[in-house]
Design a protein around this ligand. Structure first.
Ligand SMILES: NC(=O)c1ccc[n+]([C@@H]2O[C@H](COP(=O)([O-])OP(=O)(O)OC[C@H]3O[C@@H](n4cnc5c(N)ncnc54)[C@H](OP(=O)(O)O)[C@@H]3O)[C@@H](O)[C@H]2O)c1
Length: 336
């Protein structure tokens, strides 16, 4: 595993981070702990969670895993989005839904898994509660620290705010207070690229940002002040959709796929190769920051860690091939 010093902070960490959004949602407690341990064994030290992840239970399972090795980990959490209220029926149904999903995935019943996920996504979105007021922020951080079994987090983010929602600066003043009190080592925002840039221009106190960056949505290109702040990017696989779309592209254009394979040195005719290309792109474009992946299958964790252990390829040639692939992908999507 390669390690970096996150710009604008005193945090040293792995270039690959483990995204905890699906812990205790799609994954049971046992599966969550297994994935966290597998990531740690591969040298991953960054774990990105949030108060709202896993119906409010992701932080607690991360805290359980972190117990006894807190000082070797970089724990990131967020405030601003609250989990839906606890619901007994949901607690009862969760294991059942997980079993159906895992059975459907094993048998490649993509319409079934897609339909179930869309339903869950819709329910989650309808119950998402965004609160950027100080009282909720204080309570949220206290709950997070307790769940994570620690008295400080390494990075504290405001979760997905629009610029206008926090432009009065009150929440950012509170984050500075948290920093001074030693409850966070660095503070920042995790949101869309436009709000990020506007917030960076207005608030010099921001030390770290988290934005989406992948082969299709190359938001890092548009990020301001990137040399002065810690940059964490997410969704290198486009939440798995990019893997599926690129795999289809390669199978419908085999001649191009083998040409691109030769140029990148990655076998793009295999699903493993497509994943490797996507992660290589995300790491190469964020050479001094961290790339967060959602990865729960142990094979994915091991494969991604192997990619993050070698230096990214020389930029110019690689970027040229990536541009060709992106154009072909966009063209194919538009013609479908
Ligand atoms: N606003 C925010 O703060 C925000 C927004 C979005 C994301 N995030 C953070 O970013 C993390 C990652 O986001 P995400 O999980 O939505 O998107 P992602 O990392 O782009 O996609 C995860 C998907 O890719 C699959 N995958 C992992 N490695 C692979 C490989 N080598 N080859 C093929 N497929 C692979 C995973 O499968 P398996 O799980 O089955 O292994 C999973 O289905 C989140 O957990 C969260 O921490 C933050």
């Amino acid at each position: 595993m390669r390690y970096v010093q996150l710009a604008g902070t005193d945090i040293r960490c792995s270039v690959l981070g483990f995204g905890c959004a699906r812990l205790m949602g799609r994954l049971s407690r046992r599966q969550s702990l297994r994935a966290l341990a597998a990531a740690y064994e591969q040298g991953i030290t960054v774990f990105d969670t949030a108060r709202s992840y896993g119906w409010g239970e992701s932080e607690a399972v991360v805290g359980e895993f972190a117990s006894g090795k807190r000082d070797r980990l970089v724990l990131i959490t967020k405030l601003g989005i609250l989990p839906p209220p606890r619901n007994r029926l949901r607690q009862f149904l969760k294991p059942l839904v997980r079993s159906v999903l895992s059975l459907a995935t094993r048998h490649r019943l993509t319409t079934v898994t897609g339909a179930i996920r869309a339903q869950i996504q819709q329910r989650v979105s309808s119950q998402v509660q965004r609160h950027y007021d100080l009282e909720t922020a204080r309570r949220s951080l206290d709950t997070s620290l307790k769940a994570l079994r620690t008295d400080y987090v390494d990075v504290l983010f405001i979760h997905a705010p629009l610029y206008e929602q926090i432009a009065d600066g009150k929440l950012l003043d509170y984050l500075s207070e948290v920093l001074r009190a030693g409850k966070a080592r660095a503070i920042g925002v995790s949101t869309d690229i436009d709000s990020t840039n506007r917030l960076l221009a207005a608030f010099p106190s921001l030390q770290v940002v988290q934005i989406e960056n992948n082969l299709l949505n190359c938001h890092l290109d548009a990020l301001h002040r990137k040399d002065q702040i810690g940059v964490i990017t997410n969704c290198p696989f486009g939440r798995q959709l990019l893997v599926e779309n690129l795999t289809q592209l390669m199978s419908t254009a085999p001649a191009k796929a083998s040409e691109w394979s030769k140029e990148t040195g990655i076998d793009l005719c295999s699903a493993d190769g497509v994943g490797k290309l996507l992660l290589t792109y995300a790491l190469a474009t964020n050479p001094t920051g961290v790339v967060l992946c959602g990865m729960h299958q142990v094979e994915h964790i091991a494969r991604n860690a192997a990619v993050a252990s070698v230096d990214p390829p020389a930029q110019t040639a690689f970027q040229r091939v990536v541009r060709d692939i992106r154009e072909a992908l966009v063209e194919r999507t538009c013609s479908n």
